[in-house]
Ligand binder design. Structure first.
Ligand code: APR
Length: 180
């Protein structure tokens, strides 16, 4: 397996419980909270999070912004805005890849060694889970090939099916064991 493949892993967990250097939030353009993982992160972080987000002036799709984490066990929250799925011909794949890349850039700039991603855009935003997992693994793999930080990237699925899709995407970047 290439070193990059070793630096990616898949778990099933509630991302708000993870003791990593940064967790990524699947936010919306206002950055003022919402449902899904956005709601869970704001609830667990406490009211100071939205107060800090209010100062950021929103976030474009495909971009990411970083804040403190307040009552969460993590050190940073990186808020990114995924694309809404509109059938696949509206540059959704590139915009989703950009969410992963921009989040990793911010993590590296803030010396984060470990980062956890939820499956961005695959809930309310309707991105097909299998295709999103492929985009996620491919874009993280490409970033890790060119950067020593973060050292470890965790795909934090919220259910076993989502985890299996990420594991399958990951396998396509590493030959099955026993093959050169
Ligand atoms: N931990 C990890 N993953 C979670 C958690 C959690 N606590 N809660 C939900 N998820 C998973 C969902 O199962 C889904 O796979 O996060 C993924 C992303 O789903 P959403 O949270 O719905 O995010 P997204 O599809 O990107 O839609 C973003 O939803 O909550 C609003 O404000 C948000 O408007 C924005 C939109």
């Amino acid at each position: 397996m290439t070193p990059e493949a070793y630096r990616m892993s898949v778990i099933v967990a509630d991302i708000t419980t993870l003791d990593v250097d940064a967790i990524v939030n699947a936010a919306n353009a206002t950055l003022l909270g919402g449902g899904g993982v956005d709601g869970a992160i704001h609830r667990a972080a406490g009211p100071e999070l939205v107060e800090e987000c209010r100062m950021l002036g929103g976030c474009d799709t495909g971009d990411a912004k970083i804040t403190k984490a307040y009552r969460l066990p993590t050190r940073h929250v990186i808020h990114t805005v995924g694309p809404v799925w509109r059938g696949g011909n509206r540059d959704e794949a590139e915009r989703l890849a950009s969410c992963y890349r921009r989040s990793l850039e911010l993590a590296a700039e803030h010396d984060c060694r470990t980062i956890a991603f939820p499956a961005i855009s695959t809930g309310v935003y309707g991105y097909p889970k299998g295709e999103a997992a492929e985009v996620a693994v491919r874009s993280v793999f490409g970033f890790l090939a060119a950067s020593d930080l973060p050292q470890s990237v965790i795909f934090c699925a919220f259910d076993e099916m989502s985890a299996e899709l990420h594991r399958r995407a990951l396998e396509s970047f590493a030959p099955p064991s026993g093959e050169a």
